[in-house]
Ligand binder design. Structure first.
Ligand code: ADP
Ligand code: MG
Length: 245
């Protein structure tokens, strides 16, 4: 069977911060492909370059060296305008939920819809309410973030990230501020919605308890991709089955 084009294709990617004598290499020869509908978890110690890599993939930072293709489009040398177009096709979920406190749950999600399309307001409202229902917040649609728990706020952030059915969701430690059960709930909702929509997810986490939702696990170490479970898929699969049985 022919595999389709990857959503993300990274080849020989290097990245540096600082300039002149202060220039420091942060990412070293990264190679990574992510396919449609795949859930990839990235682990690795603090400072190993995970957020930097996510920001490059998300078009939030310019690619300096190597090749990074998003839906076959090369981001090396891309204009700011091209990067804006890329960002519109990606859902972002951060450790802090980044909701706007003066907007209700529905308005926070609705804003993402209205930023994207020339949709009628009534349709934007309907889409937002449907997505909040999908994350289990149908009773909280008109609540302000301050009156919701951490897990509920993160579920709004998921609804906001997925409401436009993006081909890719980037999540940077989305469960870090949550207790064990809320963290688990949040990633299971992400997993279910992503599988329903055919969305790929790249999720950075330190949380060992959620590794089993991944189709693949990659590990960053000192700016290198030290491990990609793609090459040992059968081994990993059997490990997951044992964990769940
Ligand atoms: P992680 O997300 O794995 O903790 P980061 O990508 O945030 O790693 O950081 C990787 C390295 O780059 C760290 O040494 C960090 O201090 C450094 N770094 C991160 N952001 C910047 C920046 N904007 N300018 C300079 N150095 C940075
Ligand atoms: Mg980070």
């Amino acid at each position: 069977m022919m595999r389709q084009e990857p959503v993300i294709a990274i080849k020989n990617l290097n990245h540096y911060y600082g300039r002149g004598a202060l220039k420091r290499q942060i990412l070293f020869d990264i190679n990574l492909e992510i396919y449609a509908g795949e859930i990839v978890i990235m682990t690795g110690p603090s400072g190993s370059g995970k957020t930097t890599l996510l920001s490059l993939i998300g078009g939030l930072r310019s690619v300096q060296e190597g090749s990074l293709k998003f839906l076959s489009e090369e981001l090396l040398g891309a204009s700011q305008n091209q990067l804006v177009q890329v960002r519109r096709k990606i859902g972002y979920i951060f450790q802090a939920h980044n909701l706007l406190g003066f907007l209700t749950a529905r308005q926070n999600v609705q804003m993402a819809v209205e930023l994207n399309d020339a949709v009628a307001q009534s349709e934007a409202i309907a889409k937002s309410e449907a997505m909040l229902t999908a994350v289990g917040l149908q009773e909280r649609i008109n609540y302000y973030p301050d009156n919701l728990s951490g897990g509920q706020k993160q579920r709004i952030a998921i609804a906001r990230a997925l409401v436009n059915h993006p081909p890719l969701v980037l999540a940077d430690e989305p469960t870090a501020a949550l207790d064990k059960q809320s963290g688990r709930d949040v990633v299971e909702i992400m997993q279910r919605l992503a599988k329903d929509q055919g969305t790929s997810i790249l999720l950075v986490t330190h949380d060992n308890r959620i590794l089993d939702i991944a189709d693949r696990i990659v590990e960053m170490e000192d700016g290198l991709l030290a491990r990609d479970s793609q090459s040992v898929v059968s081994h990993y699969d059997s490990g997951v089955r044992n964990q769940n049985s």
